[in-house]
Design a protein around this ligand. Structure first.
Ligand SMILES: *[C@@H]1O[C@H](CO)[C@@H](O)[C@H](O)[C@H]1NC(C)=O
Ligand SMILES: *[C@@H]1O[C@H](CO)[C@@H](O)[C@H](O)[C@H]1NC(C)=O
Ligand SMILES: *[C@@H]1O[C@H](CO)[C@@H](O)[C@H](O)[C@H]1NC(C)=O
Ligand SMILES: *[C@@H]1O[C@H](CO)[C@@H](O)[C@H](O)[C@H]1NC(C)=O
Ligand SMILES: *[C@@H]1O[C@H](CO)[C@@H](O)[C@H](O)[C@H]1NC(C)=O
Length: 476
């Protein structure tokens, strides 16, 4: 999901006082495990005093430089306010923290549970032989999106609050923004959540805009089911470079439109009203059913044709095991196919653009089989593996209602225009501190650098986060 943020070209945190690697076991459950080198970065610009707090940026599904730029807006502001040292830890398997040799061939040690234990082990080494901080320095971890999940789970006893190895977390506190907390095979709320954001005035949308885009996506979903003639009509209507030539490629193209293009727009909202801009385009489009979405696609593709490539192209990319630190699709797909799921399935013929759309006999544009094909063809992972591992993960860490959620040590932040909120902190459960809900807030909105355009609800969320960090640092 954060590939979108990367594309949006955020300012990167410029420099680092030092950088290095730590040796970590591939398997934290084995004393005789082989190790790999995990990369970290340090910025001591704001560090005040020997026992200054350490703010740990927890890396996610990309290289650490990218993560530092995603998290850097809020974390550096807080570091300045609290005189903290900033340390960024790359997620195992991503960037330069490759696992086995200089290759992405063997990803068997890439798992959520091991990544969470890396945080514990990194802390030990940082206050031990690395001497990055003394043992009495309080640590606060920050993560957003998937990295928010890793950070939040690292507040639980090592290995998970239910059935882990029991050792308490060394973290004084965690800020987890837009963190999906639960593995879930079918994430079929995703498309409708995009529609809700386009209909939400607080996010820059309107009811008319939501309805227009909804009808347009639904018309596209209907064409996916219609065979060659429908695929050609879809390609013409949405301005694809070429028409899909098989059902699976038509499905993949529809997914591309919803996820990579509309989804991209929603994230971009953070940088100055893109939802309202997209809505103006959609509402100004012609009367044709496909026109509103076509008008938005035309903005993203800058007037060029839309490259909705066949599934086989993506599979070929995923099968490439050459390490390129900025490439992360293979590893992130591995995490989804082996554990997290999060497949944006849709089994309703209307394209799941309406709330709770019911599956129907004819199926929808994104059947689970599409994602199972991807996992098998790209990574050799069969159906069923993810569901079992995902259930185990949810059991160990508690999913959207994690154990210890009232201990005052994790500040969750969710955006109510962010599709990922459906996998975030359970609104029915009690949390302390209470979950900060950002009205009209997008994915990880509180992490972005402040700008004159930062909306009031995001500013208020940052103030709440700051108060929680102050509490983390003052409680023993
Ligand atoms: C550390 O972070 C600050 C704030 O983002 C930045 O100004 C500085 O260039 C960074 N690098 C170093 C080496 O201090
Ligand atoms: C890690 O080691 C444990 C204990 O030996 C074992 O049960 C588990 O399968 C190992 N995990 C991996 C991914 O090899
Ligand atoms: C698509 O965008 C280009 C500019 O990028 C513009 O010139 C053209 O008119 C747009 N076409 C439609 C159908 O909106
Ligand atoms: C595999 O990935 C590397 C690194 O991104 C790239 O240089 C190479 O061209 C790719 N190979 C193929 C066959 O696509
Ligand atoms: C999310 O999915 C659930 C279960 O399918 C459904 O009841 C609910 O209406 C959906 N919500 C939205 C906003 O689509």
């Amino acid at each position: 999901m954060l590939a979108f943020l990367v594309l949006a070209g955020l300012a990167t945190a410029s420099g680092w006082s030092s950088r290095g690697t730590v040796q970590q076991p591939l398997n934290h459950s084995r004393h005789d495990s082989e190790t790999f080198a995990q990369r970290f970065l340090v910025n001591d610009t704001f560090r005040a005093g020997a026992s200054a707090p350490v703010f740990l940026m927890v890396g996610g599904e990309n290289d650490i430089e990218t993560w530092a730029s995603i998290l850097g807006g809020q974390v550096f502001d807080l570091a300045q306010q609290f005189g903290a040292s900033v340390v960024a830890l790359e997620h195992r398997g991503f960037g330069m923290s490759t696992l086995v040799g200089d290759s992405l061939a063997d990803l068997s040690a890439l798992s959520v549970g091991q990544a969470v234990r890396d945080v514990f082990s990194f802390y030990d080494q940082a206050v031990g032989h690395l001497g990055l901080a003394p043992r009495d320095a309080p640590w606060v971890a920050f993560g957003c999106s998937y990295s928010g999940l890793v950070a939040a789970f690292a507040a639980q006893p090592e290995g998970g609050g239910r059935g882990g190895v029991g050792r308490a977390s060394p973290l004084a506190g965690v800020v987890a923004s837009s963190a999906p907390l639960r593995a879930q095979t079918r994430f079929d709320n995703y498309t409708n959540a995009l529609m809700l954001a386009m209909a939400d005035p607080a996010a820059g949308g309107s009811a008319r805009c939501g309805a227009a885009v909804q009808a347009s996506l639904a018309a596209g979903a209907a064409l996916v089911a219609e065979g060659t003639r429908g695929w050609e009509e879809l390609a013409a209507g949405w301005g694809f470079c070429s028409a899909p030539t098989s059902l699976i490629d038509a499905q993949w193209a529809w997914r591309f439109v919803t996820e990579y293009t509309l989804g991209f727009q929603f994230v971009q909202e953070s940088r100055g009203g893109i939802i309202s801009y997209a809505c103006a385009k959609a509402l100004g489009a012609g009367p044709a059913a496909l026109a509103p979405v076509a008008a938005i696609l035309n903005v993203s593709s800058q007037g060029q044709c839309v490259d909705a490539a066949p599934l086989a192209d993506f599979v070929r990319e995923l099968r490439n095991t050459t390490v390129a630190p900025s490439e992360s699709a293979r590893q992130y797909t591995w995490l989804k196919c082996t554990e997290l799921g999060w497949f944006h399935t849709c089994d309703a013929p209307d394209g799941c653009t309406a709330a709770g759309a019911a599956p129907a006999a004819g199926g929808g544009p994104l059947p689970l089989s599409l994602f199972q094909t991807l996992c098998m063809d790209a990574l050799g992972i069969g159906p069923g593996a993810q569901a079992a591992a995902g259930a185990a993960l949810n059991e160990r860490f508690g999913g959207t209602a994690p154990p210890g959620r009232e201990d005052g040590r994790v500040q969750y932040v969710t955006g109510d225009a962010d599709p990922w909120r459906f996998l975030g902190a359970d609104p029915q459960a009690s949390f302390s501190p209470p979950v900060v809900r950002v009205e009209g807030g997008w994915h990880c909105s509180d992490m972005d650098p402040l700008s004159p355009y930062t909306p009031a609800p995001v500013r208020a969320a940052r103030a709440s986060v700051r108060a929680s960090v102050a509490r983390f640092l003052s409680s023993p």
